[in-house]
Design a protein around this ligand. Sequence first.
Ligand code: NAD
Length: 363
Amino acid sequence: MIIGVPKEIKISENRVGMTEAGVVQYVKEGHTVIVEKDAGVGSGITNEQYEKAGAKIIDSKKEVYAKADMIQKVKEPLPEEYDLMKENQIIYTYLHLAAEPKLTKVLCERKVKAIAYETIQLDNGSLPLLTPMSEVAGRMATQIGAFYLQKDHGGKGILLGGVTGVKPGKVTIIGGGVVGTNAAKMAVGLGASVTILDVNTARLEYLDDVFQGRCMTLFSNPKNIEESVRESDLVIGGVLITGHKAPTLVSKEMISSMAKGSVVVDVAVDQGGCIETCRPTSHTNPTYEVDGVIHYCVPNMPGVAPRTSTYALTNVTTKYGLMLAGMGVEDAVAKNAHLRKGLNVYGGNVVYEPVAKDLHMPY
Ligand code: NAD
């Protein structure tokens, strides 16, 4: 099979879908890898390094799409790429379709075989291709929150860790999964006062155990969210109901109840966001204010930490990519139930139930 790796075009997206190590593995299994010129530059991988690993460098994105049987990338195809996708081409990338009705329609019309990284799911419910990026985004969320809380960045002027004789800042994290746990690790490390809310009591038990009292756990219900948000300097949204659009848990009224200069980071923005006032922003213009509360809602946060993120991502995508390339989509998903969960669009139809349900499309 010919595997195409286009250069990412989302704003400040510096990750790339395949490293030199991935090229070596695909070539070893008899495939051809074509990489768009300079696709790896943002992640520190030169054209020469790709060539040395066995890939062919192609000048134009159009040619990569035209020649490839499978496209392996990072973010969803953007409008400039819609017409480049061809019938029966495998599109293997993050898609987040429950929040993207237009893209879903295009993928159906183009009759591609679309595999979404974020819905490949193991038997225990975990999402192996989302986890590493959630680790990155969760850790970044606390760093970013601390940055915007500074007065010179528009915030109320609070140091999250406080200092001797002065109270630390309060951080509320909604969703205690991978994003939430990693955000909490960083916030606890800084010395902040941290509360995590989740509906999964087994998860709360686990968090209570690992944080050994350095983090408060609370059951997630409207009353607890309302109280916790009101008192917080920083709120981080890290909720996920796999494949579905994120539920709105923090209302506009709750945001208005926060002190001016507080910060919210809605990491779940890629699935529509769990904060009512959230709308997607970009790395070049990442924040806006609602009632004096700074909102940071960038859907591709790891894009600006590419040297960490590209390697963390491709460590987990290559295995399934090799299955798709080696067997073709049909046999690969028939043999591997985890990969089957990743198949979102096939033969002009949505074939992943949560997306079909949220977008009111036939399934
Ligand atoms: P996860 O499945 O590990 O964790 C989600 C948690 O949310 C679970 O523990 C679940 O029990 C909890 N939850 C569900 N409903 C809840 C509710 N009503 N109240 C409180 N908690 C609830 O998911 P994750 O890997 O941590 O990802 C979280 C979100 O972050 C996803 O939408 C993911 O796509 C997104 N994400 C965004 C970026 C970015 O750049 N913005 C990067 C990585 C991940």
